[in-house]
Ligand binder design. Structure first.
Ligand code: KG4
Ligand code: ZN
Length: 342
Protein backbone atom coordinates (compact mmCIF):
# COMPACT_ATOMS: atom_id res chain seq x y z
CA UNK A 1 0.00 0.00 0.00
CA UNK A 2 1.36 3.39 -1.02
CA UNK A 3 0.67 6.79 0.51
CA UNK A 4 -2.91 8.02 0.18
CA UNK A 5 -3.88 11.65 -0.44
CA UNK A 6 -7.62 11.97 0.14
CA UNK A 7 -10.04 14.86 -0.35
CA UNK A 8 -12.77 14.77 2.32
CA UNK A 9 -16.16 16.48 1.93
CA UNK A 10 -18.69 17.18 4.69
CA UNK A 11 -22.15 18.68 4.02
CA UNK A 12 -24.52 16.79 6.34
CA UNK A 13 -25.60 19.72 8.53
CA UNK A 14 -24.76 23.42 8.60
CA UNK A 15 -21.06 23.44 7.73
CA UNK A 16 -19.68 23.13 4.22
CA UNK A 17 -16.28 21.56 4.81
CA UNK A 18 -13.44 20.18 2.72
CA UNK A 19 -10.05 18.85 3.78
CA UNK A 20 -7.03 17.03 2.41
CA UNK A 21 -5.50 14.30 4.55
CA UNK A 22 -2.43 12.23 3.78
CA UNK A 23 -2.14 8.74 5.20
CA UNK A 24 1.30 7.21 4.86
CA UNK A 25 1.79 3.52 4.11
CA UNK A 26 2.79 2.99 7.75
CA UNK A 27 -0.51 4.54 8.94
CA UNK A 28 0.87 7.96 9.91
CA UNK A 29 -1.68 10.73 9.37
CA UNK A 30 -1.14 14.33 8.29
CA UNK A 31 -3.90 16.90 7.87
CA UNK A 32 -2.71 19.01 4.92
CA UNK A 33 -5.70 21.37 5.04
CA UNK A 34 -9.10 21.66 6.70
CA UNK A 35 -11.52 24.34 5.54
CA UNK A 36 -14.88 24.93 7.20
CA UNK A 37 -17.50 27.42 5.98
CA UNK A 38 -20.09 27.82 8.68
CA UNK A 39 -23.66 28.76 7.83
CA UNK A 40 -24.42 29.90 11.39
CA UNK A 41 -25.26 33.46 10.28
CA UNK A 42 -27.80 32.19 7.74
CA UNK A 43 -29.65 29.97 10.25
CA UNK A 44 -29.36 32.19 13.35
CA UNK A 45 -32.50 34.27 12.63
CA UNK A 46 -34.54 31.01 12.73
CA UNK A 47 -33.01 29.71 15.99
CA UNK A 48 -31.84 26.47 14.36
CA UNK A 49 -30.82 24.80 11.11
CA UNK A 50 -33.30 25.20 8.23
CA UNK A 51 -32.71 22.22 5.87
CA UNK A 52 -33.67 24.03 2.66
CA UNK A 53 -31.38 26.98 3.44
CA UNK A 54 -28.57 24.57 4.35
CA UNK A 55 -28.83 22.62 1.08
CA UNK A 56 -28.77 25.79 -1.03
CA UNK A 57 -25.80 27.20 0.87
CA UNK A 58 -23.86 23.93 0.34
CA UNK A 59 -24.54 24.09 -3.42
CA UNK A 60 -23.29 27.66 -3.57
CA UNK A 61 -20.02 27.09 -1.72
CA UNK A 62 -18.87 23.46 -2.15
CA UNK A 63 -16.83 24.14 -5.31
CA UNK A 64 -14.92 27.07 -3.79
CA UNK A 65 -14.41 25.36 -0.43
CA UNK A 66 -12.99 22.22 -2.09
CA UNK A 67 -10.73 24.36 -4.29
CA UNK A 68 -9.51 26.22 -1.19
CA UNK A 69 -8.77 22.94 0.64
CA UNK A 70 -6.78 21.68 -2.37
CA UNK A 71 -4.85 24.97 -2.65
CA UNK A 72 -4.09 25.23 1.09
CA UNK A 73 -2.83 21.63 1.05
CA UNK A 74 -0.34 22.59 -1.66
CA UNK A 75 -1.61 19.88 -4.02
CA UNK A 76 -3.77 19.73 -7.17
CA UNK A 77 -6.74 17.55 -8.07
CA UNK A 78 -4.27 15.41 -10.05
CA UNK A 79 -2.42 14.52 -6.83
CA UNK A 80 -5.48 12.99 -5.16
CA UNK A 81 -5.57 9.20 -4.77
CA UNK A 82 -9.12 9.10 -3.42
CA UNK A 83 -12.12 11.15 -2.43
CA UNK A 84 -14.35 10.63 0.62
CA UNK A 85 -17.75 12.24 1.09
CA UNK A 86 -20.27 12.07 3.91
CA UNK A 87 -23.21 9.97 2.66
CA UNK A 88 -25.28 10.23 5.86
CA UNK A 89 -26.77 10.34 8.38
CA UNK A 90 -27.89 13.96 8.14
CA UNK A 91 -30.06 16.43 6.25
CA UNK A 92 -30.42 14.62 2.96
CA UNK A 93 -30.49 17.72 0.73
CA UNK A 94 -27.09 18.75 2.04
CA UNK A 95 -25.67 15.22 2.02
CA UNK A 96 -26.55 14.90 -1.70
CA UNK A 97 -24.51 18.01 -2.50
CA UNK A 98 -21.24 16.75 -1.00
CA UNK A 99 -21.76 13.18 -2.17
CA UNK A 100 -22.52 14.23 -5.76
CA UNK A 101 -19.49 16.53 -5.76
CA UNK A 102 -17.34 13.65 -4.48
CA UNK A 103 -18.62 11.31 -7.19
CA UNK A 104 -17.90 13.95 -9.85
CA UNK A 105 -14.31 14.33 -8.64
CA UNK A 106 -13.87 10.54 -8.58
CA UNK A 107 -15.24 10.15 -12.11
CA UNK A 108 -13.27 13.07 -13.53
CA UNK A 109 -9.97 11.95 -11.98
CA UNK A 110 -10.50 8.18 -12.26
CA UNK A 111 -9.93 7.69 -8.52
CA UNK A 112 -11.88 5.63 -5.96
CA UNK A 113 -14.71 7.17 -3.92
CA UNK A 114 -15.69 6.27 -0.38
CA UNK A 115 -19.20 7.05 0.93
CA UNK A 116 -18.49 7.81 4.59
CA UNK A 117 -20.82 7.47 7.56
CA UNK A 118 -20.62 10.83 9.38
CA UNK A 119 -20.58 9.02 12.74
CA UNK A 120 -17.58 6.97 11.63
CA UNK A 121 -15.90 10.29 10.87
CA UNK A 122 -16.45 11.42 14.46
CA UNK A 123 -15.31 7.98 15.65
CA UNK A 124 -11.88 8.33 13.97
CA UNK A 125 -11.52 12.09 14.63
CA UNK A 126 -9.26 11.59 17.66
CA UNK A 127 -6.84 9.68 15.38
CA UNK A 128 -6.23 12.88 13.35
CA UNK A 129 -4.02 14.41 16.01
CA UNK A 130 -3.03 11.61 18.40
CA UNK A 131 -1.34 8.26 18.12
CA UNK A 132 -4.45 6.34 19.11
CA UNK A 133 -4.54 2.65 18.20
CA UNK A 134 -7.65 0.47 18.00
CA UNK A 135 -9.54 -0.73 19.94
CA UNK A 136 -11.03 2.03 22.09
CA UNK A 137 -14.20 2.86 23.96
CA UNK A 138 -15.88 5.87 22.35
CA UNK A 139 -18.39 8.34 23.73
CA UNK A 140 -19.85 10.06 20.67
CA UNK A 141 -21.71 13.19 21.75
CA UNK A 142 -22.99 15.57 19.10
CA UNK A 143 -26.11 17.51 18.23
CA UNK A 144 -27.81 14.47 16.76
CA UNK A 145 -26.19 11.53 18.56
CA UNK A 146 -25.25 10.31 21.99
CA UNK A 147 -23.80 6.82 22.07
CA UNK A 148 -21.17 4.64 23.71
CA UNK A 149 -19.37 2.39 21.22
CA UNK A 150 -16.67 -0.24 21.49
CA UNK A 151 -14.63 0.56 18.38
CA UNK A 152 -12.52 -2.48 17.43
CA UNK A 153 -11.39 -1.09 14.07
CA UNK A 154 -12.66 0.90 11.10
CA UNK A 155 -16.18 -0.31 10.34
CA UNK A 156 -16.23 -2.42 13.50
CA UNK A 157 -18.22 -0.60 16.18
CA UNK A 158 -20.40 -2.30 18.77
CA UNK A 159 -22.98 -0.15 20.54
CA UNK A 160 -23.01 -0.34 24.33
CA UNK A 161 -25.58 2.38 24.93
CA UNK A 162 -27.42 5.30 23.36
CA UNK A 163 -29.92 7.99 24.25
CA UNK A 164 -33.56 7.06 24.72
CA UNK A 165 -34.71 10.63 23.94
CA UNK A 166 -32.53 13.67 23.14
CA UNK A 167 -28.85 13.79 22.22
CA UNK A 168 -26.59 15.66 24.66
CA UNK A 169 -25.94 18.49 22.17
CA UNK A 170 -29.66 18.76 21.53
CA UNK A 171 -30.21 19.13 25.29
CA UNK A 172 -27.56 21.88 25.42
CA UNK A 173 -29.20 23.63 22.45
CA UNK A 174 -32.80 23.40 23.70
CA UNK A 175 -31.99 24.49 27.25
CA UNK A 176 -29.85 27.34 25.90
CA UNK A 177 -32.89 28.49 23.91
CA UNK A 178 -35.05 28.61 27.05
CA UNK A 179 -32.31 30.74 28.61
CA UNK A 180 -32.62 33.14 25.68
CA UNK A 181 -29.21 32.27 24.24
CA UNK A 182 -28.50 32.37 20.50
CA UNK A 183 -28.07 29.33 18.26
CA UNK A 184 -25.93 27.22 18.47
CA UNK A 185 -26.69 26.94 22.15
CA UNK A 186 -23.91 24.63 23.41
CA UNK A 187 -20.99 27.06 23.18
CA UNK A 188 -23.19 29.98 24.32
CA UNK A 189 -24.33 28.05 27.40
CA UNK A 190 -20.73 27.12 28.24
CA UNK A 191 -19.78 30.79 28.10
CA UNK A 192 -22.70 31.88 30.30
CA UNK A 193 -21.90 29.12 32.84
CA UNK A 194 -18.43 30.56 33.54
CA UNK A 195 -18.14 31.43 37.21
CA UNK A 196 -21.67 30.19 37.93
CA UNK A 197 -22.64 28.03 40.93
CA UNK A 198 -23.27 24.49 39.60
CA UNK A 199 -24.98 23.41 42.84
CA UNK A 200 -27.52 26.21 43.06
CA UNK A 201 -30.32 24.48 41.16
CA UNK A 202 -30.75 20.76 41.88
CA UNK A 203 -31.68 18.96 38.64
CA UNK A 204 -32.97 15.41 38.14
CA UNK A 205 -30.45 12.59 37.65
CA UNK A 206 -31.81 10.28 34.95
CA UNK A 207 -31.49 6.48 34.79
CA UNK A 208 -29.26 6.34 37.86
CA UNK A 209 -30.27 2.86 38.99
CA UNK A 210 -30.31 1.34 35.50
CA UNK A 211 -27.75 -1.29 34.69
CA UNK A 212 -27.40 -0.39 31.01
CA UNK A 213 -25.34 2.41 29.44
CA UNK A 214 -28.21 4.44 27.97
CA UNK A 215 -28.80 8.19 28.33
CA UNK A 216 -31.85 10.39 28.86
CA UNK A 217 -31.98 14.18 28.86
CA UNK A 218 -35.67 15.01 28.50
CA UNK A 219 -36.35 15.19 32.28
CA UNK A 220 -33.42 17.55 32.71
CA UNK A 221 -34.64 19.68 29.82
CA UNK A 222 -38.16 20.00 31.28
CA UNK A 223 -36.86 20.80 34.77
CA UNK A 224 -34.44 23.42 33.45
CA UNK A 225 -37.18 25.05 31.35
CA UNK A 226 -39.42 25.32 34.42
CA UNK A 227 -36.67 26.94 36.48
CA UNK A 228 -35.73 29.28 33.61
CA UNK A 229 -39.24 30.77 33.65
CA UNK A 230 -38.83 31.87 37.26
CA UNK A 231 -35.42 33.58 36.93
CA UNK A 232 -35.09 37.32 37.31
CA UNK A 233 -31.39 38.12 37.69
CA UNK A 234 -28.32 37.60 35.51
CA UNK A 235 -26.64 35.77 38.42
CA UNK A 236 -29.46 33.24 38.49
CA UNK A 237 -29.20 32.64 34.75
CA UNK A 238 -25.47 32.06 35.11
CA UNK A 239 -26.03 29.61 37.98
CA UNK A 240 -28.69 27.71 36.04
CA UNK A 241 -26.35 27.44 33.03
CA UNK A 242 -23.62 26.10 35.34
CA UNK A 243 -26.05 23.65 36.98
CA UNK A 244 -27.23 22.34 33.59
CA UNK A 245 -23.71 21.95 32.26
CA UNK A 246 -22.67 20.04 35.37
CA UNK A 247 -25.76 17.81 35.21
CA UNK A 248 -25.09 16.89 31.58
CA UNK A 249 -21.39 16.30 32.25
CA UNK A 250 -22.25 14.17 35.28
CA UNK A 251 -24.66 11.95 33.37
CA UNK A 252 -22.18 11.50 30.51
CA UNK A 253 -19.54 10.49 33.08
CA UNK A 254 -21.82 8.16 35.03
CA UNK A 255 -22.95 6.22 31.96
CA UNK A 256 -19.40 6.16 30.55
CA UNK A 257 -18.21 4.76 33.87
CA UNK A 258 -20.61 1.82 33.50
CA UNK A 259 -19.48 1.28 29.91
CA UNK A 260 -15.80 1.34 30.99
CA UNK A 261 -16.47 -1.44 33.49
CA UNK A 262 -18.15 -3.60 30.82
CA UNK A 263 -15.51 -2.78 28.21
CA UNK A 264 -12.64 -3.58 30.59
CA UNK A 265 -14.16 -6.95 31.35
CA UNK A 266 -14.76 -7.78 27.65
CA UNK A 267 -11.14 -6.80 26.83
CA UNK A 268 -9.65 -8.62 29.83
CA UNK A 269 -8.21 -5.38 31.16
CA UNK A 270 -6.07 -4.73 28.07
CA UNK A 271 -6.02 -1.70 25.74
CA UNK A 272 -8.08 0.44 28.08
CA UNK A 273 -8.52 3.61 26.04
CA UNK A 274 -11.41 6.04 26.38
CA UNK A 275 -12.17 8.59 23.67
CA UNK A 276 -14.76 11.36 23.55
CA UNK A 277 -15.71 12.91 20.19
CA UNK A 278 -18.44 15.05 18.60
CA UNK A 279 -19.44 18.67 19.14
CA UNK A 280 -20.16 18.32 22.86
CA UNK A 281 -16.58 17.05 23.36
CA UNK A 282 -15.60 20.70 22.85
CA UNK A 283 -17.11 21.51 26.26
CA UNK A 284 -14.37 21.93 28.88
CA UNK A 285 -16.48 20.82 31.87
CA UNK A 286 -17.53 17.69 29.98
CA UNK A 287 -13.94 16.90 29.01
CA UNK A 288 -12.64 17.41 32.54
CA UNK A 289 -15.29 15.20 34.11
CA UNK A 290 -14.72 12.40 31.60
CA UNK A 291 -10.96 12.60 32.00
CA UNK A 292 -11.35 12.13 35.77
CA UNK A 293 -13.66 9.16 35.29
CA UNK A 294 -11.35 7.51 32.77
CA UNK A 295 -8.34 7.94 35.01
CA UNK A 296 -10.18 6.45 38.01
CA UNK A 297 -10.96 3.37 35.87
CA UNK A 298 -7.39 3.03 34.61
CA UNK A 299 -8.26 4.16 31.06
CA UNK A 300 -6.18 6.55 28.98
CA UNK A 301 -8.15 9.60 27.86
CA UNK A 302 -8.15 11.15 24.39
CA UNK A 303 -10.25 13.97 22.97
CA UNK A 304 -9.69 15.55 19.56
CA UNK A 305 -8.43 19.16 19.39
CA UNK A 306 -11.44 21.51 19.49
CA UNK A 307 -11.41 22.06 15.71
CA UNK A 308 -11.94 18.34 15.13
CA UNK A 309 -14.72 17.95 17.75
CA UNK A 310 -17.38 19.81 15.78
CA UNK A 311 -18.18 18.93 12.18
CA UNK A 312 -15.21 19.02 9.81
CA UNK A 313 -14.03 17.25 6.67
CA UNK A 314 -10.63 16.08 7.94
CA UNK A 315 -12.37 13.33 9.94
CA UNK A 316 -14.32 12.31 6.81
CA UNK A 317 -11.11 12.18 4.76
CA UNK A 318 -9.43 10.02 7.41
CA UNK A 319 -12.35 7.58 7.67
CA UNK A 320 -12.24 7.33 3.86
CA UNK A 321 -8.46 6.85 3.84
CA UNK A 322 -8.68 4.05 6.40
CA UNK A 323 -11.26 2.24 4.25
CA UNK A 324 -9.27 2.87 1.05
CA UNK A 325 -6.24 1.36 2.79
CA UNK A 326 -8.30 -1.81 3.24
CA UNK A 327 -8.96 -1.87 -0.53
CA UNK A 328 -12.52 -0.59 -0.35
CA UNK A 329 -14.20 1.64 -2.94
CA UNK A 330 -17.87 2.45 -3.35
CA UNK A 331 -20.01 2.52 -6.52
CA UNK A 332 -21.25 5.70 -8.18
CA UNK A 333 -24.82 4.86 -7.21
CA UNK A 334 -24.03 4.89 -3.46
CA UNK A 335 -27.10 6.60 -1.98
CA UNK A 336 -27.42 9.60 0.36
CA UNK A 337 -28.86 8.20 3.59
CA UNK A 338 -30.81 10.45 6.01
CA UNK A 339 -30.61 7.63 8.60
CA UNK A 340 -27.59 5.39 8.87
CA UNK A 341 -26.79 3.84 12.25
CA UNK A 342 -23.17 2.94 12.89
O1 KG4 B 1 -20.69 17.25 15.96
P1 KG4 B 1 -21.43 18.49 15.74
O2 KG4 B 1 -20.68 19.70 15.22
O3 KG4 B 1 -22.64 18.28 14.76
C1 KG4 B 1 -23.41 17.11 14.76
O4 KG4 B 1 -23.00 16.14 14.08
O5 KG4 B 1 -24.44 17.14 15.47
O6 KG4 B 1 -22.14 18.86 17.13
C2 KG4 B 1 -22.90 20.01 17.28
C3 KG4 B 1 -23.43 20.03 18.69
C4 KG4 B 1 -24.44 21.15 18.92
O7 KG4 B 1 -25.54 20.62 19.63
C5 KG4 B 1 -23.65 22.14 19.77
O8 KG4 B 1 -24.45 22.92 20.62
C6 KG4 B 1 -22.76 21.22 20.57
O9 KG4 B 1 -22.38 20.22 19.64
N1 KG4 B 1 -21.59 21.92 21.08
C7 KG4 B 1 -21.36 22.17 22.39
C8 KG4 B 1 -20.17 22.93 22.45
N2 KG4 B 1 -19.72 23.13 21.18
C9 KG4 B 1 -20.59 22.50 20.35
N3 KG4 B 1 -22.05 21.81 23.49
C10 KG4 B 1 -21.57 22.21 24.66
N4 KG4 B 1 -20.45 22.96 24.82
C11 KG4 B 1 -19.72 23.34 23.75
N5 KG4 B 1 -18.61 24.07 23.90
ZN1 ZN C 1 -21.30 15.73 13.57
Amino acid sequence: MTDLTVLGLETSCDETAAAVVRRAADGRVQVLSSVIASQIAEHAPYGGVVPEIAARAHVESIDAIAAQAIAEAGVTYADLTGVAATAGPGLVGGVMVGLSFGKAVALARGIPMIAVNHLEGHAVSARLAADLPYPFLLLLVSGGHCQLLAVEGIGQARRLGSTIDDAAGEAFDKIAKTLGLPYPGGPALEKLAQGGDPERFPLPRALLGRKDCDFSFSGLKTAAARIAETLTTEDERRDLAASVQTAIARQLAERSDRAMAAYAQAHHGFGLRFVVAGGVAANKAVRARLEETASARGFSFTAPPLAYCTDNAAMIALAGAERLALGEAHPMDAPARPRWPL
